[in-house]
Design a protein around this ligand. Structure first.
Ligand code: URC
Length: 293
């Protein structure tokens, strides 16, 4: 029997980085969680403990902080590209790098209706994300959104599904549709206005969720991805993971009351999990070598 080393990578996970741009009385915050991951000729350390080719994860963490000082962080995609290029460009045996960044939003506190210069409140659960991968000299950028919770109180039906001996779900032509969007979209190329693209992808998905009359969450998922690919040529592929946050009608008949789609029980688990990829058929296939997402 022969034993070999399979795919491997190493890096520093979840470096918490907060920067304050202080070029005047109005301060600008960036709040990021950065994870680095390197690949390459790393057999020696695994097989013999020879660390000559191992850029320490502590050094990777320090590089994140130093880069944040040496130039403005800017958009997370650009920051990720700078870091990934640095790791692959300066370490002879490192041929691949992945930098994942989550951005946590802060809103300015309104004081007397005016946004404050340097006091903030956390924006909520939604996070902007990116994963930048350098592989064999090529860069791939996959950006996204986590934790964007959506609900529509009508405009959603679910019926026509098979009924077998285990089916109890009543068919409905009017239900609450709610989900927490995890979205990832892969860019073709790097010549992108990242902030504008993120804003527009988000807007398109939200508008489609709101306006598309839904016969299933699967149909809504496809329509959300399709609207992005139709309008944004810089995007090659959209992946969505949509938990169906069920809202069940409460049976009010024991109290002699009729429930006209007004009183619901919001269940937290179990939940349906609807996932899918929407693709442009002429987009370049990045290959399976290192899952980009
Ligand atoms: O939009 C839905 N898709 C399903 O596949 C499903 N299954 C289910 O029980 N409810 C729903 N809703």
């Amino acid at each position: 029997m022969a034993i070999t080393l399979g795919p491997n990578q190493y890096g520093k996970a979840e470096v918490r980085l907060v920067t304050v741009r202080r070029d005047g009385p109005v301060h600008h915050l960036k709040d990021l969680t950065v994870s680095t991951s390197l690949r390459g000729e790393l057999a020696a350390t695994h097989l013999t403990g020879d660390n000559a080719g191992v850029l320490a994860t502590d050094t990777q963490k320090n590089t994140v902080y130093a880069f944040a000082k040496e130039a403005p962080v800017g958009e997370i995609e650009d920051f990720g590209l700078r870091l990934a290029r640095h790791f692959t460009g300066t370490q002879g045996n490192i041929t691949g790098a992945r930098v994942k960044i989550d951005e946590h939003g802060w809103d300015r506190i309104a004081v007397g209706g005016e946004p404050h210069d340097h006091a903030f409140s956390r924006s909520g659960d939604e996070r902007r994300t990116t994963a930048v991968t350098i592989r064999d000299g090529r860069a791939w950028v996959v950006s996204g959104i986590d934790g964007l919770t959506l609900l529509k109180s009508t405009g959603s039906e679910f019926h026509g599904y098979p009924r077998d001996q285990y089916t109890t779900l009543p068919e409905t032509d009017d239900r609450i549709l709610a989900t927490a969007v995890t979205a990832r979209w892969r860019y073709q190329g790097e010549d992108v206005d990242w902030a504008e693209s993120h804003r527009e992808v988000r807007r398109l998905m939200l508008e489609t969720f709101a306006t598309k009359h839904s016969l299933s969450l699967q149909q809504t998922l496809y329509a959300m991805g399709e609207s992005v690919l139709e309008a944004r040529e810089e995007v090659a592929e959209v992946r969505l993971s949509l938990p169906n946050k069920h809202h069940f009608l409460v049976d009010l008949s024991p109290f002699g009351l009729k429930n006209d789609n007004e009183v619901f029980y919001a269940a937290d688990r179990p939940y349906g999990l609807i996932e899918g990829t929407i693709l442009r058929d002429d987009a370049e296939d990045p290959g399976p070598a290192w899952d980009l997402h």
